[in-house]
Design a protein. Structure first.
Length: 298
């Protein structure tokens, strides 16, 4: 069975390009930039070529090209102009579009080609902050809007994880230069959204600290074992969907009661931290609103 999603509704195009469906229809009718296909019941749909063309048109439009001018260009001229603009200005939007196309078509070769092009001009840190973080934010929205399936999300997340692991391995082989603290990184039980935590591991290692990376779905009891071997521990917990908002304060209190002591502290980051009561924040419990904020505090 072919698992590639190769047809799209106009709502899918809106979600993937950021161009409103109403505007897409106007562009079709007035400028003939896209030619939708029709089902037997006269519902319009689009193929991957149409998606790619719209993403290219969107980039040109963002850089000031009028849609009336774009519509008069020959089809092969549009991607050539996109490449020229990318080389002269910024690769960010083009890269995000390419990664989305890679995801939609399960095309790992396009992912690696796009990544390698970025890395020839930027550091891995710049690629992650400027491209991968905005990309994953968009993917979260696309998943919620049913434009992509969990398979798409897992596919692109896995490829990003590969790059994180390669870059982390490079610095993990070096001896730590900072010995005043040890960082333990983990996700709560049933939490599987690991990319942010993996990147924090990379940043902490880059700062010269030793880390113990426990990964996803870690029971609190597993944290107790580390107290037998180490002091001055900073526990870093990334919470995206777990624990649920009704349980997050109980979870923080359990860690405070069972894990934290005079030599340790808890750093919390992620979407669910907005539900942590202020009374649970202290000199031992810190909340960070972004990866950048946490990295600056290392």
């Amino acid at each position: 069975m072919n698992s590639i999603k190769n047809t799209f509704s106009i709502k899918d195009l809106e979600n993937l390009s950021g161009i409103k469906a109403h505007t897409i229809r106007i562009w079709e009718k007035r400028y003939n930039v896209l030619e939708p296909m029709r089902t037997d019941t006269n519902i319009r749909f689009y193929d991957l070529n149409a998606l790619q063309k719209l993403l290219n048109i969107t980039l040109l439009h963002d850089y000031g090209y009028k849609i009336s001018k774009i519509s008069k260009m020959e089809s092969e001229k549009i991607p050539e102009l996109v490449k020229q603009i990318v080389s002269e200005k910024s690769a960010k939007n083009h890269a995000i579009s390419s990664f989305k196309l890679s995801m939609m078509n399960f095309d790992q070769n396009l992912f690696f080609k796009t990544y390698n092009t970025l890395l020839s001009e930027k550091s891995f840190r710049e690629v992650f902050f400027n491209v991968f973080i905005p990309l994953m934010e968009e993917i979260g929205f696309l998943w919620q809007a049913n434009t992509i399936t969990p398979a798409h999300e897992h596919f692109i997340s896995y490829l990003i994880k590969l790059k994180l692991l390669v870059n982390t391995e490079t610095i993990q082989s070096k001896e730590p230069t900072q010995t005043d603290r040890l960082f333990v990184l983990f996700l709560p039980m049933n939490e599987i959204h690991e990319l942010g935590l993996m990147y924090l591991n990379y940043e902490i290692l880059s700062s010269g600290y030793k880390t113990i990376y426990l990964g996803e779905s870690v029971p609190i009891d597993s944290l107790k074992d580390l107290k037998k071997y180490f002091e001055n521990i900073v526990y870093v917990c990334y919470t995206t969907v777990e624990p649920e908002k009704s349980e997050v304060n109980n979870y923080v209190n359990l860690i405070k009661e069972q894990i934290l002591d005079d030599t340790s502290e808890l750093w919390l980051i992620g979407r669910m931290t907005e539900y942590v009561d202020q009374k649970n924040i202290s000199n031992k419990v810190s909340i960070f609103n972004s990866i950048t904020q946490l990295v600056d505090n290392i």
